[in-house]
Design a protein around this ligand. Structure first.
Ligand SMILES: [Zn+2]
Length: 90
């Protein structure tokens, strides 16, 4: 849903709407694909995430119109534990 290239679902990262402690909706990564509720899929790369953010694709795909923070997905993708991360080493 970021760059709109076609890909098999198994190659994509599922994300869902979670909620933070202060009640703000957030986009949460769901690498197992098991979280309930509406989900969206994107390539597990920082590039695809950035495109999705710029296109406001998370809000559209997840049907959240305001105040949606996708930071947890960005942090997940940029973290060294994500083998497909394209972030430069620290
Ligand atoms: Zn993509």
């Amino acid at each position: 849903m970021g760059c709109r290239k076609r890909a098999a679902k198994s190659e994509l990262l599922r994300v869902t709407v979670g909620s933070e402690t202060h009640g703000q909706p957030v986009v949460a990564p769901d690498p197992q694909g098991t979280a309930p509720g509406r989900g969206a899929h994107l390539h597990p790369t920082v590039e695809c995430y950035d495109l999705a953010v710029r296109r406001k694709a998370f809000g559209r795909a997840l049907r959240v119109s305001t105040g949606l923070s996708s930071a947890p997905v960005g942090e997940y993708l940029a973290s060294p534990s994500n083998p497909r991360s394209t972030a430069p080493p620290p």
